[in-house]
Design a protein around this ligand. Sequence first.
Ligand SMILES: [Zn+2]
Length: 383
Amino acid sequence: MTGPGTYTITAADRGSMARCGVLHTAHGAVHTPVFMPVGTQASVKAMSPRELSEAGVEILLGNTYHLDVRPGIDVVEKTGGLHRFMGWDGPILTDSGGFQVFSLAARRKIGPDGVEFSSHVDGRRHFLGPREAMSIQRRLGSDIAMVFDECPPYPCDREYACQSVEKTISWAASCAGQERAPGQLVFAIVQGGAYADLRRRCAAALVEMGFDGYAIGGVSVGEPEDVLLGGIRDSLPPLPAERPRYLMGVGRMTQILEAVAEGIDMFDCVMPTRYARNGTAFTRSGRYPVKAAACRFDARPVEEGCACYTCANFSRAYVRHLLNVGEILGVRLLTIHNLHRYMEFMTEVRKAIAEGTFGDLRDECFARLRKNEESPPGAGQEV
Ligand SMILES: [Zn+2]
């Protein structure tokens, strides 16, 4: 069976909960664990769809909130839907806009049916709730739609977390009953902040409704590492093993390894693209600033041994020069490399799970990367 929504587990690690799988969507198969680059404004910043395919990208993330604000969903719909609009015929997951409404929009008024807010761009009033979010995602024609949820900030008190869980559950029920695009899957989102019992309650209630997949939300919002891991562990037990599990907005490689070991299948994060724009390269041994003076005379590629277009053709000195004078090509070349590194990393993860060496890969990566990942928590979440 390869119809949309079919999820086949192809390998499982003996020493952890890590597994490999294939998720079928209306626009093709996705091999998990998978990393989804973020295409906030119907574009993965600085990359063409051809370059994404060449980097090994299988699935992208699009943002309902941003597309609703600009250019407007009617523009995307009337020009053929999101795949055609952005020239990408592979799978697309759209978020519901919930995270942006709660983190970006101004003058929010939360009611039982959704949230009224002012756009962060022009102040225009918008309303987004479960009905609107599902309708927008149907009109965009994404392969995976996310339910509209309330993402509480961190830290947040128990009462607020409790209310937001109840709202998330009732909104998820409303989303489940909405019309979908042909073959569109719908994933629910587990909330509950740092409260184990609330996360379990939320997850169990969502599973009762029977979604195509389940996401863990309310993470990567500035919480410490142990709270993030706790949130994953508290959310997972009620979730059915045969459905894909998606950890939202988490993208540090060590975090990905930890989460894969817990049984997470899908990730998205702006890190590879955003860090490229800041002049930072990801490599096997961690990350470093290509803009640094140390690279001024460096004739080596961004990463020695890397097979990407950037590393095959250009030196660090050249990429550094482009970045320092603000040439667009500098950002493009570094984004190509960073995405290549991320995709290669996920290939290594899948291969290790399949070959029974995931534990070794994890230990080895931690030894290499841990000291080099000192960025503040929450840095990876796109708003
Ligand atoms: Zn490279």
